[in-house]
Design a protein around this ligand. Structure first.
Ligand SMILES: Nc1ncnc2c1ncn2[C@@H]1O[C@H](COP(=O)(O)OP(=O)(O)OP(=O)(O)O)[C@@H](O)[C@H]1O
Ligand SMILES: [Mg+2]
Length: 479
């Protein structure tokens, strides 16, 4: 198996649960391809592992017993274990010799497939757990990719509630951990890759060592047979919790086409008069980390949310793959790359780079000699003269002090104009009644530039302690 990137807290915590000498139950879940099975395969020497299938309870139980027989090297007759209760009893009695005083570890993967059947596996599990475990030690890990279902297991009305000693939801990697999957690339290339593939480990692991952006994306994403292409095609319909996938797909498309508020999204998705359906779809898509929502810095709690696609691979899909489908079907990959992708790639990646900058700020504030970040947003709107203004970064440190800043993807060095421009925007907003803009003017200024900074800018920042300059290199420490 490859090297484990990130997930070290999860790994250490799960490992120590297998060393308590007591019965422990843990829950690990997260969307498909996020790296659950890989993590669980990287912790213990010899755990029992069962991958449940979307089939009947009986079939799953027989398969599990078969795995258990091979793993424990003991003869057992499946007919002797006709219920889940008897299977869990058998597990608790199966003590095998482990190194370092580890308890036996039992992993039930895709656990959601065992739920919702008439024999109610959860009650049978809790019955054994409460009454029969006595002195036996074991670690039972319930793992699953149907997020809402797995989450409901830890709700107060679930029989498992109160018996779980640990639970965690795995999220996709941020730009930095994504980049650690592709360590041979230059920093600029890493940002392009993050913009196209996002943070799902499975997609990133499809890139071959030594491939450049064009080769790699052509093979895995542009080709209709490509690994990532095939998975993105089914991203909505592949989620088991989603029934009416056409409506969800329409909502995603509406957002991808630039609709950002509920009203516009509903009507573009053909859901006029069915706002509740649109709202429900937004909720579910957000819970799957496919979309996210944001508000301006300083917006009132009643201000409408703005939605956008959260998963970069999906953004790239809707921006570049979907509109070129008929050409890609005919295998005109080079043509799509030259004519459609390359000319817009830097504009596209510029927006991605803004997200990267915000993530870098939250993760590496220490390296940048900045205090802990309390909130970090952006702001867009108009001033009182209807001039439109966008500020890439606005937020507060935990001390209460404000910061604001700009993010530039261009490869040319940035000079102090960026600072004068931002100050002018803030001054106009302050004059338009945005009192936070006044605070921002006396706060810190943070500038991110992929093309570095001019000598003049460096000197200017040196003489001005409120200015922090962040280069591409600073955003990728130790890489
Ligand atoms: N932390 C990690 N470090 C390095 N590579 C990883 C990591 N997590 C996942 N991967 C890579 O991503 C692939 C997919 O991960 P995995 O199969 O564990 O996902 P999953 O969450 O179990 O998905 P599914 O729900 O589809 O079963 C792995 O085979 C591995 O190559
Ligand atoms: Mg898995």
């Amino acid at each position: 198996m490859g090297k484990l990137v990130d997930r070290h807290n999860e790994r250490n915590e799960l490992y120590s649960l297998s060393q308590t000498g007591k019965p422990e139950m843990a829950l690990l879940y997260g969307r498909r391809r996020v790296g659950k099975t890989f993590l669980l395969g990287n912790i213990w020497q010899n755990p029992f592992y069962f991958l449940a299938a979307d089939t009947t309870s009986e079939t799953n139980r027989k398969d599990l017993l078969d795995e258990l027989r091979q793993w424990s090297n003991k003869e057992l007759i499946p007919e002797d274990y006709p219920t889940w209760r008897s299977v869990f009893r058998l597990m608790s009695q199966t003590q095998i010799q482990n190194a370092n005083g580890e308890s036996p570890v039992f992993i039930l993967d895709e656990f959601q497939y065992l739920l919702g059947q008439k024999d109610d596996i959860v009650s049978q599990l809790t019955a054994i757990w409460d009454r029969e475990l006595n002195d036996s030690s074991m670690l039972l890990v319930l793992c699953g990719s149907e997020v809402a279902t797995m989450e409901s297991l830890q709700a107060a009305d679930s029989p498992i509630f109160g018996r779980l000693s640990w639970s965690s939801r795995l999220r996709p990697f941020d730009y930095y951990d994504s980049s650690r999957m592709l360590p041979w690339l230059s920093l600029r290339e890493l940002v392009y890759f993050y913009g196209a593939l996002g943070g799902l480990p499975r997609y990133l692991s499809a890139v071959k060592q030594g491939e450049n952006l064009r080769e790699s994306l052509s093979r895995i994403l542009l080709s209709t047979r490509g690994e990532v292409h095939v998975q993105l095609q089914n991203i909505v319909s592949g989620e088991k919790g989603i029934r009416n996938s056409a409506e969800y797909d329409a909502v995603l498309r509406a957002i991808a086409s630039g609709q950002r508020q509920l009203g516009g999204i509903s009507s573009t998705a053909g859901l006029q008069g069915k706002t509740h359906t649109a709202r429900r779809a937004l909720e579910v898509l957000e819970n799957l980390d496919l979309i996210c929502r944001e508000r301006n810095y300083g917006a009132t709690p009643k201000a409408p949310w703005r939605y956008r696609i959260a998963d970069n691979s999906l953004r790239f899909w809707h921006r570049f793959i979907e509109p070129n489908r008929s050409r890609l079907e005919r295998n005109l990959i080079g043509n799509v790359w030259e004519k459609s992708i390359l000319p817009s790639l830097n504009i596209y990646t510029g927006l991605i780079f803004e997200d990267v900058a915000r993530q870098a700020l939250l993760r590496f504030n220490n390296n940048m000699n900045l205090p802990v970040i309390a909130t970090c947003n952006r702001w867009e709107g108009t001033d009182k003269n209807r001039r439109s203004i966008e500020i890439d970064i606005v937020g507060r440190f935990d001390s209460g002090e404000m910061f604001s800043g700009e993010v530039k993807w261009s490869s040319s060095p940035v000079d102090p104009d960026i600072h004068f421009h931002l100050k002018r925007n803030l001054t106009d907003l302050a004059a338009s009644g945005k009192s936070w803009a006044n605070h921002a003017l006396s706060g810190k200024f943070i500038y991110f530039s992929a093309g570095g900074f001019s000598e003049y800018m460096k000197k200017y920042a040196k003489d001005n302690s409120s200015i922090t300059l962040v280069s591409l290199k600073d955003m990728f420490p130790d890489l």
